[in-house]
Design a protein around this ligand. Structure first.
Ligand SMILES: Cc1ncc(COP(=O)(O)O)c(C=O)c1O
Length: 347
């Protein structure tokens, strides 16, 4: 179709700084990791930001710390999320006790679905973690209610913000609604830099442990867990170069979304609005939904699509894959592709 692009300014910034890294000989654990961490703290409003080599490695690290220091061993994840979220919790040695149902309107669980899953849980809530994935570029619209419900039950909330860097809800930044959150900058994401992630938390104890974890705790030598899941300096610079343009990337995607939205509204096509109810999304995906019947039956002429989120279900919600489709939307998407999509929608 066409290729996903990084802003020119990001590429030029990277090129202008890379020689600093080579000249310093400091290819790991250097100033660009620190700069990236400071930048993400400022943007997200978190008091701790730790760069890691993927969202998945950051989530595993946090789950292991929850297990070793916060007495957690059981976990629930949502039915509609990336398969890797299941392997992440298995890798951290958790008992996956349930999948939380998701709604077609958001592709995520609402507060009712979370409450229901917890009512059915027979174990000790003090040992439970709920890990929720923001899907498609918006923050789970119910996350504030979910977060306060979990807090009163002493259940930890881990926000998988792989899709949602740059998104806000009620002016609060993605990744900051639970005990910790992790972003992904993997190649397909809305704001991407190839590989890498950043974990954020306002829990300073957790933040410090995470900082030690990513270096095997080889300096303090107090923790029984840890691994090298760090970013190289070049990759930290790469992410920094992209992140400094994240608002432009979202603006560009929002302009493309506007064209789809105008058409969908005129023609009464249901879509997931990323600017509803104080939500501000990054348009990782532009999702069309069909609540009653298969989306392919309702809109058979729409052929120019991009990958669904997701084309499988981990728990119930086996109908979600067939009831949504995603239109192409990424930074620098060419006008002819947008027009092709619009003409297919028209048909
Ligand atoms: C919902 C979700 N969670 C986690 C991940 C893992 O991200 P990463 O590839 O950076 O480990 C992804 C990425 O594909 C994802 O879509």
């Amino acid at each position: 179709m066409s290729t996903i692009k990084i802003p020119k300014d990001s590429i030029n910034f990277f090129k202008s700084k890379q020689d600093e890294i080579f000249n310093s000989g400091n290819l790991a654990e250097g100033p660009w990791n620190k700069k990236l961490s400071e930048e993400i703290k400022t943007i997200s409003g978190s008091s701790n930001a730790v760069s890691v080599n993927s969202n998945g490695s950051g989530l595993v690290a946090i789950l292991l710390i929850f297990k070793n220091y916060f007495g957690r061993e059981d976990i629930m994840i949502q039915s509609n999320t990336m398969y890797g979220v299941k392997t992440i919790v298995g890798t951290a040695g958790y008992n996956l006790v349930n999948y939380i149902d998701c709604k077609i309107q958001t592709l995520m669980p609402g507060i009712e679905e979370v409450k229901k899953a917890i009512e059915n849980y027979k174990g000790d809530k003090n040992k439970l973690v709920i890990m929720l994935s923001d899907i498609g570029g918006i923050i789970n619209p119910d996350i504030e209610k979910i977060s306060s419900f979990l807090k009163t039950n002493n259940i930890l909330l881990l926000e998988d913000a792989a899709h949602s860097f740059g998104a806000k809800l009620n002016n609060k930044f993605a990744g900051t609604f639970g005990d910790a959150g992790v972003y992904s900058y993997y190649s397909t994401k809305a704001i991407f830099a190839g590989e890498g992630g950043v974990a954020v938390t306002n829990n300073n104890e957790l933040g410090l442990m995470l900082q030690d974890f990513i270096a095997y705790d080889r300096f303090k030598q107090k923790m029984p867990i840890g691994c090298n899941i760090r970013l190289s300096e070049l990759q930290a610079l790469m992410i920094y170069s992209v992140v400094r343009n994240y608002k432009n990337i979202i603006l560009n995607k929002s302009e493309i979304a506007e064209k789809y939205i105008e058409f969908c509204k005129k023609n009464e096509i249901d879509f997931i609005n990323q600017t509803d109810n104080n939500n501000f999304g990054n348009y990782y995906k532009f999702t069309i939904i069909s609540s009653e019947k298969k989306v392919s039956d309702k809109y058979p002429k729409i052929q120019t699509t991009t990958s669904k989120v997701y084309d499988y279900a981990l728990g119930n919600n086996k109908d979600i894959p067939s009831k949504h489709l995603c239109l192409p939307i990424w930074y620098g998407l060419e006008e002819p592709v947008i027009n092709k999509v619009l003409s297919e929608l028209q048909r």
